[in-house]
Design a protein around this ligand. Structure first.
Ligand SMILES: Cc1ncc(COP(=O)(O)O)c(C=O)c1O
Length: 428
């Protein structure tokens, strides 16, 4: 506290301030934390503007996790890189391509790293994500939600004009008509895949004849180029137990496979059959129907995915490591067996989040900026000011509320990657 500020305190407040400060220093010394307390840290890069300037300059020398403002997202680079390699190796050895979904990370840095390891492009949930990725220099962008508004159709066409590798899906003949009309006006050809129902009622044309009829329509449209079919089984991706997941995935994709066979029989060009997820990556590649996977979450993993179980371990899905944490700080500790952290609703804290290294601790939300960690059967406590790392529950939602990933090797920050297109106009 500045001297001027302490002078302006009323007398009784001044005394309280002095005694509580004395008490604080005494407690700190007794607890042996004075040297390591946040205010007395030997490493000094902790002023907001200094960190921002250094991030802009990409100067991360002596910038450590303890210097960062919280709550913030931190990526463990070693685990992240291993996840990318595991998926790339799997795809290579099983003869399937990866066109990973970016909705979970919204980071061109991550997409580029995947492309460098052999990915053939990226899949995106919105036109805005497609624009973001394409403008960042990524080719092979596939929009997995058909554009139906004047705005979205216009942007899809404009994107395809500047990047002929861009493609979109359609699940309705009307959309095919609209896209044909818009592409004809611009005198260009748009790449289109037919989105076939695969268990989620939110999208996909009925499998079999309706899907093939739509594929024929696209193929016959002068300004559209049929590239193949898509089927996304979102229900299978989080089915618990590998065997149950396999069964569900095969059931959900049966209609897609039938449609692919019919389309090929009808002489239609089916260059790609796209679908799949982190949960089914080694199921879909075994079943041998998809030509490419849209898996996204494996880059970081989240707690919902960790509990679906894997082929080796039915209880925990260990194929990919938990590379992303939300770092928080303990800001109050006035009640037994609980403490308060500085992440709440605004940070999308959820009861299904987990504390790194303390799986028994319960996570509760207590307002916009507050969260509670509570425990019953452990004598390990958290300290005031301690940094607590949480594994988020759902990447799509959580990454959307942070602006950057701090990339860490151990405690050292080595890079910062922006999370882009998250809110407002950038997201629409
Ligand atoms: C159409 C589509 N494909 C692929 C994925 C990626 O799945 P995951 O993040 O589970 O790997 C999603 C995720 O919701 C999706 O909506």
């Amino acid at each position: 506290m500045h001297a001027a500020a302490s002078q302006s305190l009323p007398d009784c407040d001044k005394m309280l301030h002095m005694t509580s400060r004395r008490r604080f220093l005494g407690t700190a010394a007794a607890g042996g934390i004075s040297a390591a307390s946040p205010a007395f840290s030997a490493r000094s890069a902790n002023r907001y503007d200094e960190i921002e300037t250094r991030v802009t300059r990409r100067d991360f020398k002596n910038l450590h996790k303890e210097d960062l403002p919280t709550p913030c997202m931190v990526v463990d680079l070693e685990i992240f890189e291993k996840n990318l390699r595991t998926m790339a190796d799997h795809c290579r050895s099983s003869g399937i391509h990866l066109r990973g979904h970016v909705k979970v990370h919204k980071s061109p840095d991550i997409a580029k790293r995947q492309l460098a390891l052999g990915s053939i492009g990226v899949t995106c949930a919105t036109v805005a994500e497609c624009e973001l990725m394409s403008h960042a220099g990524i080719s092979g962008v596939l929009l997995t939600r058909q554009p139906t508004s004047k705005n979205n159709i216009g942007r899809a066409i404009a994107l395809a004009k500047r990047d002929p590798t861009f493609a979109t899906v359609v699940d309705d003949p009307l959309t095919a008509d609209w896209l044909q009309e818009a592409a004809a006006r611009e005198g260009m050809k748009l790449r289109v895949a037919v989105d076939v129902f695969a268990g989620l009622t939110r999208h996909g044309i009925e499998a079999g004849e309706p899907a093939v009829e739509l594929a024929k329509k696209v193929n016959a449209s002068k300004n559209l180029k049929l590239i193949g079919l898509m089927g996304y089984s979102g229900g299978a991706s989080h089915t618990h137990g590998w065997d149950a997941r396999k069964k569900k995935s095969e059931q959900d994709l049966a209609g897609l496979m039938e449609s692919v066979a019919l389309a090929r029989k009808a002489g239609l060009p089916v260059e790609i059959v796209t679908g799949g997820s982190t949960g089914t990556y080694n199921i879909d590649s075994e079943t041998k129907g998809l030509t490419e996977l849209q898996a996204g979450s494996f880059v970081f993993m989240d707690t919902l995915y960790r509990h679906v179980g894997g082929k080796q371990d039915q209880a925990v899905y260990t194929d990919f490591g938990s590379a992303l944490t939300v770092m928080t700080t303990v800001i109050s500790k006035r009640h037994p067996r609980q403490c308060t952290i500085d992440a709440g609703n605004k940070a999308l804290l959820r009861p299904t989040d987990e504390v790194k290294g303390r799986p028994e601790v319960k996570v509760e939300n207590q307002g916009a900026e507050y969260g509670i960690l509570a425990w019953t059967d452990s004598d390990r406590d958290f300290k005031l000011g301690e940094r607590v790392d949480l594994y988020p529950s759902n990447l799509d939602m959580s990454t959307n509320v942070y602006d950057r990933y701090y990339i860490a090797r151990g405690e050292q920050i080595v890079d910062v990657w922006p999370i882009m297109g998250r809110a407002g106009a950038a997201q629409r």
